[in-house]
Every structure is written in C-alpha cells, then in structure tokens.
Design a binder for this molecule. Sequence first.
Ligand code: GUN
Ligand code: ZN
Length: 433
Amino acid sequence: MTLFRATVIDTPGDPFSVDPAGALSADQDGGLLVRDGIIVHRGSFGTLRTKFPDEPVTELRGGLLLPGFVDTHVHYPQLRAIGGLGMPLLDWLDRCALPEESKFADAGYAKIVAGEFLDGLIASGTTTALVFGAHFAAAMHELFTAAADRQLNITAGLVLSDRILRPDLFCTVEQGRSESQALIDRWHGGGRLRYAVTPRFSLSTTNQLLAVCGDLMRANKDVFFTSHINENLAEVATVAELFPESRDYLDTYHRHGLVNARSVYAHNVHASDKELALMGETGAWAAHCPTSNASLGSGLFPLRRHVEHGVGVSLGSDVGGGTGLFLLKEGLQAYFMQQLLGADGLPLTSVHLLYLATRAGARALGLADRVGDFAIGKEFDAVWLRPASGSPYSINLAHAVDATDALARTFALATSADVAGVWLKGDRVGAGR
Ligand code: GUN
Ligand code: ZN
C-alpha cells in the first residue's frame, strides 16, 4: 500500500444540482491510502499516518493533487493538426483536419501518432478520454494497442462517413458494420478500453450508415455512441437540407436509436429547446468544447439552457479544432464564454470548473463508479500540479485563502508545464518533473 500526502481536492458532488452542498471536498494536508490501484482510506494525513504507521509515504506537498482529467471529446488523428486558425468549421475540415486524417490509411504513421497522442494526454494530466478515432480500422487497432500498453481509460471507435468528405475517408455501409463489429469484438471491455460507435456527423453520413450505427448499438448493449451536433450554423443548415424528413439535427440521430444515456454529443452550440428536452429526457450528454468553439468561431455554448433542461455537460478539448490537450484551459475558456453571454450565461465557480474537468466526464462515460473523484473504492487516477517555485502560479497558490480560491488561481494560471506527476490505477506514469 502507499499513503499519498498532498493537498487533495475533488468534486464528489454535482455543483450544478439543485443542492450543490458537498460538491467540493478538500484537505490541505490530506492523505489517500491506495492498495492495488484502489483508494482504500481517505482523510487528513495525520489521522491516516497514526492508523497506518508502517506504510510507505509518497510526499506530494506543494501544489494540488486532483483527480485525473476526463476529456470527453478529442480527435486522435488531429494531434498534428492543432493551430489552424482563421477558418470556420467546414473550411477548417477541408483544409486542415481531413488532409491530415487521410494519412492514417498508413498504419505505420498511425502507430507513431497514437503514441504521441496518448503520451500527450498523460502529459496534460488526462487519464480518461472519449476519443474520436480515425477512418481506418488498422489505425484504430494501433490506438487501442497503445492505450492498453499505457493503462489509460479510453473509449473510442472507428469514424464512419460515406458522403461529402474526401472520398478516401469513405466506407461502404457493409464495411462500416463489419469493421466496427470486429473492433468491438477485439477491444470493447478489455482492461480499461471500451468502444464508441462513431459516425463523424450526419452531414457526412447517410441514413443507411446511421442505421448501421443503430444496429451496432442494439447488438452490443453497453457500447457508447458519439458524434458531432449543432456546432456551426452552415453545418446545421446543410444537415436540414440533407434530412428533410427530420425535424431537427438531433432527430437525424434519434430516428436510428442513437440518443440515450450512452450518447455523448460534441458541441451542441446551436441547440433548440426541443433538442435539449429530448437529451434531458433520454440522459444523453453534451461535450462542451470551448476553445474549439471560440477558435472556429462556432458560437457561445448555451450552458444555462442545457442545465435547465437537465442535460449533463462535460468538457472536451476537441483537438485539433481546440487549441491543446490541457483540460484546465478548457475549463477557463468555458468560464470566459459564460461571462461573455452576459444575462444568458451561467456564472461558473472554480468548483464547477473542476467538476466539469473530472467527475462530469466520468459520469458522461458511465465510469463514475470507478474514476473522476477520490472517494473510497475508486481507482487512483490522479494528477499532481506543482508550480515552479517563484512563478506567478506558485505565488498565487501560496496566497489562496481556501480550496475554492486555490482552484480558481489554478484554472487561471496552471499550464501543462505544471503537471508534475500522473497516476493511472495507482501507478505513476509519464516523465513528470
Ligand atoms: N464535425 C465533423 N468533424 C469534425 C471535426 O473533426 N472537428 C469538429 N470540431 N467538428 C467536426
Ligand atoms: Zn470534434
């Protein structure tokens, strides 16, 4: 067993709920006793030390120990396509994202980027992710293989498209079915890996292929579903033209049984009340991707309306539309966007931001009984942020008056350079500092 000593902060509750009391838990000099990767005791370090005088202690003082971050929307084959500025979504896809994604037809290339991508997640403190995959099955084998090697919690799937995008990214309906099923059979439920059925978006997916997605969800009861929705006004208008039979964008998925508690929809910036009501009723989640929404000029996410309709919201970096893998930057940007919405915005505290970056994502992915906070019985996935001494972040942390204040200063100032250690199921991983 190992006794970790740190300033321990997590969000075991839900700060968006009607009774947000207990959303935050914090111990300035806290202790977590971990056995075989599982948290078995939690409390003040002094109390735990008295109870367990002989256990080895890992000292993580200076900085904060937080649950590993949970990124619920990030594109593996866009790791090398970050920073394409100045374009709206559909132009950016054509000019930046899709030419790079075509390269994943080469499994050797995919293998190299899979390693870069997953090591990038770890270096950013992300321990659990819903990963938007590649259009090529061999590239997905490389991702799953590399994720299994690293013990990361990864849910991912082969991306399916059969129209409008570059033709080299298309699959046939039968290929989409058989290749997805083979990947599910090989990887779903093995270790910390799970499968998500992943049509790119209905703009690039015919009804026939969306029907295959529905079949896959019904045939494989606990797999997940993810796609894009309501991101950009030109995209929304095109989808309306392509699906005249559907009353709105969400309906293009709903008709095929793709809206349920195992669905995570990225963006949802331009959602109607009807769509939000259906998501709330069915338990579907929205992955909010604020740096991407700002960078591509997609719009200001209506968080208040999501919460009012009972729709769960988590965070996504949306790399490469987003500007990096560090999820605390997404938290800060989410806060900015709500400020800019004025009276329509939902003012966010640092407790909301930590929840969005950790436990909300674990809930969205059906993993809240295993990761996302430091409750007893959970797997010890953690990130230690320790600022360089004398840095503005270090100075601000030293002057924080309480845990909420320390968190706010962390969201304002921390970068991935402050990630000093990452643990996956109790094992320290990555280089650290
Ligand atoms: N919609 C369809 N594909 C994509 C993508 O790769 N990124 C974003 N942001 N939106 C999309
Ligand atoms: Zn995306």
